[in-house]
Design a protein around this ligand. Structure first.
Ligand code: NAD
Ligand code: UDP
Length: 317
């Protein structure tokens, strides 16, 4: 494949840094743009001497014109963990709306193909299970999750509107993804449980722990991104994730087994508007992209536990 010039906004974050690695491994040139709101330069430190890579510390809502021409733009800039995106909801809504607008304008200027990182949160607390792309969702427009859910929904709308003007914008609806390089203080359930277990602290289960999620290992997600971007035709929104569904109690048990810690559980109140269950219908991804998640939860968690063991050991030194 020819070498492409790629922009990854949110490139210093958990998913973004893995995407940067994959694009470089595929022979492309990559610029990672990030304001370090939740990301970290440490996620990109191994690329310090890579001549095909550059890091730009900037906000995705700023004018992107000075960055020049790109063939591919991946818009991942946005805090993704509920505690982080709720910290400054107006910042989150602006990042969702203005960030994708800036990326779409830049794509239009240079004829670039764009991938918009959308989310299963566009389905809200779903009444349809599992969730196909045709489901329009059940989102509260005025609640603590709205800045993110509605922000991502308007992001999809803008992609749709720019497509009508000829921009090749592709939308991926990402379901709960985990793996190495999540921040220990990220606040999402996988990193919380693993870090708590390794520290010998009780695992914080919100509510009764019977709510479900379907967890995707990060390498499977990145595989889905590349399948979508290299597909000859743009698709409508497309779910990417893993369709094995687990309760939070099952996840806690598995984490305790893999960390070999006999930690206890402590129950905390369920956050408002927390979705009761979530599982992607992957039919479209399978049929159109030949996508199939390859990493089991057990294997993916084992790799994640190994990563957090090293991070916590370094911090204690
Ligand atoms: P993350 O918080 O690790 O990464 C987000 C990155 O965006 C961070 O590096 C952060 O500093 C950067 N950022 C935030 N606001 C910015 C701004 N205004 N300008 C420039 N940079 C900014 O989260 P992640 O899990 O890597 O998520 C990446 C993307 O994938 C997000 O868009 C998120 O909504 C989407 N997503 C992730 C998941 C998941 O389970 N990981 C699920 C659904 C959607
Ligand atoms: N959760 C939990 N304990 C934690 C963090 C989260 O039980 O320490 C629950 C949370 O209430 C939700 C599920 O785990 O039901 C997934 O939460 P996360 O923040 O990872 O992602 P999202 O809610 O955005 O899917």
């Amino acid at each position: 494949m020819t070498s492409l010039r790629c922009l990854v906004t949110g490139g210093a974050g958990f998913v973004g840094s893995h995407l940067v690695d994959r694009l470089l491994a595929d022979g492309h040139e990559v610029v990672a743009l990030d304001n370090l709101y939740t990301g970290s330069k440490a996620n990109l430190a191994h690329l310090a001497s890579e001549s095909r890579f550059a890091f730009v510390e900037a906000d995705v809502c700023d004018d992107l014109a000075p960055l020049g021409r790109f063939d591919w733009i991946f818009n991942l800039a946005c805090p993704a963990s509920p505690p982080h995106y709720q910290r400054d909801p107006i910042f989150t809504a602006k990042t969702c709306f203005l960030g994708v607008l800036r990326c779409l304008e830049h794509a239009e200027r240079h004829g670039a193909r764009l991938l918009q990182a959308s989310t299963s949160e566009v389905y809200g607390d779903p009444e349809v299970h599992p969730q196909p792309e045709s489901y329009r969702g059940s989102v509260n427009p005025v609640g603590p999750r709205s800045c993110y859910d509605e922000g991502k929904r308007v992001g999809e709308t803008l992609c749709f509107d720019f497509r009508a003007r000829g921009v090749d914008a592709r939308i991926v609806r990402i379901f709960n993804t985990y793996g190495p390089r999540m921040d220990p203080s990220d606040g999402r359930v996988v990193s919380n449980f693993v870090v708590q277990a390794l520290r010998g602290e009780p695992l914080t289960v919100y509510g009764d722990g019977t709510q479900t999620r379907s967890f995707c290992f990060v390498s499977d997600l990145i595989d889905g991104f590349l399948r979508l971007m290299t597909h000859p035709q743009a698709q409508g929104p497309i779910n990417v994730g893993n369709d094995r569904e687990h309760t939070m109690l099952e996840l806690a048990e598995l984490v305790m087994r893999l960390t070999e810690r006999g930690s206890e559980l402590t129950h905390l109140p369920l956050p408002k508007d927390d979705p009761t269950r979530r599982r992607p219908d992957l039919s479209r991804a399978r049929e159109t992209l030949g996508y199939e998640p390859a990493v089991s939860l057990e294997d993916g968690l084992a790799a994640t536990v190994g990563y957090f063991r090293e991070v916590l050991a370094d911090r204690e030194e």
